[in-house]
Write a protein of this length. Structure first.
Length: 243
């Protein structure tokens, strides 16, 4: 049994991953944006899950979430699932929060970051980036390119952690919309497999996955100079450095 933290666990792919993992016997720490939304996790709590609450668009809340997770003890794995498609919280939730949580949560054995096939349309350009979200400076595709590059930086610099990226496909969640053409039933399978399986195939790092198959991400995400620029920019904005 592993202890696993999943961000954005109230609905969609995060919820599906949490349900699959707790059904497989793992100890789950789930996350909701606020107390009202946390009520939707009561059935998982009844099965033994712990809940942490915090708005990942707010820096103080992100720190509080990290502190809450650490109080529960070291995680074996973290799935950085939470994400938004648009609005002022785009960069704070999709990029800043995974960075800060990675830095502040006691280092686990496995990390998974959720990307998107749309990252291939993103721009590896941090010019005039506003991490606070006060100004709209970058797109959803940019945000997913950034988080993919962040994950590959972690994989490169933390060789003791199995760090991987998952494209769950375009699935009909609330964020994906009803027109999404991919299979919702497959959307959570890869990330749950990567953190909950003893399969030797998942004991790897720095891979980009789609439906349990390896793919190549956009070349820019593996550019070490861009990775370093990204991490430096995030550290300067947040005041938090990766250990």
């Amino acid at each position: 049994m592993s202890r696993i933290f999943v961000t954005g666990s109230v609905e969609g792919l995060g919820r599906s991953a949490a349900e699959a993992l707790i059904s497989a016997g793992h100890e789950l720490v789930v996350h909701a944006r606020n107390d009202r939304r946390a009520d939707a996790l009561d059935d998982l709590v009844a099965k033994g899950a712990h809940v942490v609450v915090g708005d990942l668009a707010r820096m103080d809340d992100v720190r509080a979430v990290a502190e809450g997770v650490n109080r529960l003890g070291r995680m074996d794995a973290v799935i950085h699932n939470a994400g938004v498609e648009q609005g002022a919280s785009l960069l704070p939730v999709n990029v800043v929060a995974p960075y800060v949580l990675t830095a502040l949560i006691e280092r686990p054995a496995r990390l998974v970051y959720i990307s998107s096939g749309m990252h291939r349309g993103g721009r590896p350009d941090l010019t005039d980036v506003d991490w606070s979200g006060a100004r709209r400076t970058h797109s959803y595709s940019d945000s997913k390119l950034f988080v993919t590059a962040l994950a590959l930086f972690i994989a490169r610099t933390w060789p003791d952690v199995f760090t991987n990226v998952v494209d769950p496909g375009w699935v009909p969640t609330r964020m994906g919309g009803a027109a999404a053409s991919d299979d919702l039933r497959l959307g959570h399978v890869t990330q749950a497999w990567l953190v909950g399986s003893d399969d030797p195939e998942v004991q790897v790092t720095g891979r980009y996955w789609f439906h349990q198959a390896r793919q190549q991400p956009a070349p820019a995400t593996g550019d070490e100079a861009f990775q370093e620029e990204l991490v430096y920019s995030l550290a300067r904005y947040t005041g938090v450095t990766l250990p």
